[in-house]
Design a protein around this ligand. Structure first.
Ligand code: CA
Length: 229
């Protein structure tokens, strides 16, 4: 089945949210509705959408505040945001784009216009996704969205384990010494003992479950990630 882009609708007015959701569904998207920033944050913590339609005027935190926060957060940084605004004046649009929105749509808008804008932000984002996504023997890492999965099941990793896995996957089948890993993954200005590498490799293997076997210890040399495990 074709991938249905997931679109998070953050809108406090049910009739508008419903209208948007129906149109998205009819056009091959998977809409998810959140009525305010709190509900939206809960949704983002659970599943990252492909795009966010964000109303400007919301009870509690405004769309501008939310857009700023999601842009500052490494996890949500890559998700395109389209601001929905009832006002059409220039200063607002500029503020919205300054806050990190990728585009804005002025209410009332036509379905065709909304769909065209969503498709445009998804297209702009597509090349990066391809480049940032690495898959080796069922293990998938997406650097843009910070997601890792094993046989389509999500895997949770700490930040260091994520960077370590990213490095291993970018340089698969090659053996890396502990000193090289410290240099490449931790950075060469930090003084850390080599056994720190062992601790994080152990954690990484545990988090990966059966895919952990792909990270091999090469006696006297270091570690490598291999598809032949
Ligand atoms: Ca509103």
């Amino acid at each position: 089945m074709k991938h249905q882009p997931r679109v998070l609708i953050v809108e406090d007015e049910p009739p508008i949210a419903e209208l948007i959701a129906v149109n998205l569904r009819h056009n091959g998207f998977q809409p998810v509705w959140a009525e305010d920033g709190v509900a939206a944050q809960r949704e983002l913590d659970a599943v990252l959408p492909d795009a966010i339609l964000l109303d400007w005027m919301l009870p509690g935190e405004s769309g501008i505040v939310l857009a700023r926060r999601w842009r500052a957060d490494a996890r949500t940084r890559g998700v395109p945001i389209l601001m929905l605004t009832a006002r059409g004046d220039e200063p607002d649009k500029v503020t919205g784009l300054d806050a990190g929105a990728d585009d804005y749509i002025t209410k009332p808008f036509s379905t065709q216009e909304m769909l065209a804008r969503i498709r445009a932000v998804l297209r702009r984002r597509a090349p990066e996704q391809v480049k940032d996504r690495i898959e080796i023997a069922g293990l998938m890492l997406d650097a843009a969205t910070h997601r890792v999965s094993w046989q389509d099941q999500p895997v949770k990793l700490g930040p260091t384990e994520f960077r370590l896995l990213h490095f291993f996957m970018k340089h698969a089948e090659r053996v890396h010494s502990r000193a090289q890993l410290l240099d490449k993954v931790w950075g060469d200005h930090v003084f850390i003992e080599e056994r720190t590498v062992d601790v994080h490799v152990k954690r990484l293997r545990e988090s990966l479950g059966e895919a952990g076997a792909m990270i091999e210890t090469v006696r006297g040399a270091g570690y490598r990630l291999t598809a032949q495990a």
